[in-house]
Design a protein around this ligand. Sequence first.
Ligand code: FCB
Length: 434
Amino acid sequence: MNWPADFIWGVSTSSYQIEGAVALGGRKPSIWDTRCRTAGKVANGDTGDIACDHYHRYPEDIRLMKELGVEAYRFSVAWPRVLPLGKGAANEAGLAFYDRLIDGLLEAGIEPWLCLYHWDLPQALEDLGGWTNRDIAGWFADYTTLVAHRYGDRVKRFATINEPSVFTLFGYAMDWGAPGIIDRSAHLRAIHHVNLAHGAAVDALRAGVTNAFVGAIHNRQRIVPQSDSEADKAATRTLDAFWNNAFPEPQLLGSYPAAIAEAVAPYVEAGDMARICRPCDFFGLNHYGPIFAKADPASLWGFAWGSAPDDAPKSDIGWPIYPDMFRDELIDLSRRYRLPIYVTENGCGGRADKGNELDDQHRIKYLGAYTAAMHQAMAAGADVRGYFVWSLLDNFEWGSGYGNRFGLVFVDFTTGKRTPKASARWYADLIAGR
Ligand code: FCB
C-alpha cells in the first residue's frame, strides 16, 4: 500500500489512563479518582493511582515512541494537575510536567497533539455540578487559555474534548463512567454544556496560539439493530442521535439532530448555536467497531447494548470487528463535514489471560485490516490525513481496569516494565514503509 508522503502516523494515550501520580506534584482528585474509590464501579477494584507511572517514566515512553518511528503523539492534559480545583490558582509543578513532556517529544522529533479533556474532570468542579452547570463553559475556556498560553509556543495541534458522546452517555445515562448519574435532565444539560465548552475552547485557542490547528475528537461508529423488530430499530435511531450526532452536528453544522433537538431545547439560550459552531480545522475520529443495539424500555432512553451475531468476528475483549464499516464511516464523514480527518484512535483490545499478548498476532491482523480499510476510503476520496493507534501502552481501561489491554507495548503493572509487542514491530515497519 502506498501512503501519501505527508500522512501522519502516531499513537494516542490519555492522562488518567497512564500518568498515575494522582496525589503528587499538587494534583487534586478527578471524578475518575472518585469513581475508582466507589465499590463495584471498576473491575477488580483497579484505580489509576499508579497506572503506567508515566508521570515518572515519560522519558522511557518517548524513547519507545522514537523506536516506533511515530511522527505524532496525542496525549491529554489532566485538568486537575494544572488547575487542581478546576479554576483559580494554577499549579506550577503540574504545568512543568507537561513542559518536560512536550520538550522531550520535540527533541525526539515527535509532534505533540494536545487534547484538553479526556474525562478527568476536577472533582472540585463536579461538586459544583460539573458538566450539568452552565458555568463550565467559562471554566473550560479559562483552563484552555492557561494551556494555550503555557504551551502554545511549542504545541500547535489541539483537540478540545475526547469523545463527548461517550462520556456524557456513560456518565449521565448508564452509570458506565464518571460521574455515574442516571438522569435525563442531567444528561441533556451535560450534552449542551460540553458543546458550549467546545466552542469556547476553540475561540480561546485561536486567541492564545498563533497558527493553532484545532478540532474535536468524536467516536463514531455504525449502530446496527440487533434484530429486525421495530422496537430495536427505533432504539437504534435514538442511540445513533446521542452517540454519533449530538456533538458533530451542532459543532460543525450548527444544529442538534432532529431526534434529540426537542429534548435539548429547554437548555439552549439565544446565541448558543453560534457559540458552539466555531470553525474547526480537522475532524478527529475515534473508531473501533459497530455497536449492536436493542430496545430496553427500562433504560433511561429506551435503548441498550445488544449482542453481535454469533458468527461476527470479535476481538479477545468481545468487540465486533468490521473494517468495511470503518471504510464507510470515513467516506461518509468526509462528505458530510468536509474537513480533513485524522483517525485519533483505533486499536484492538486483548487480555493477558489469553496468553497471546506479546506475540499479538490478533492485534496485527486487526490493525492490518483497519489500515487497509482506511486506504480504501482514501482511494474512494475520503480526506484522511493521519492515523493514531490506541494505544502506545497497555493502560487503565476505565471500567475494565487493567484487564483489557490495548497497547503496542506491554506493561507489567506490578513493576512498570515495558515490553514492545509484535504489533509494535509491525507498526514500526508500516511507518518505515517496508
Ligand atoms: C475510547 C477512549 C479511550 C480508550 C479506548 C479503548 O473510547 O477514548 O480512552 O478507553 O476507547
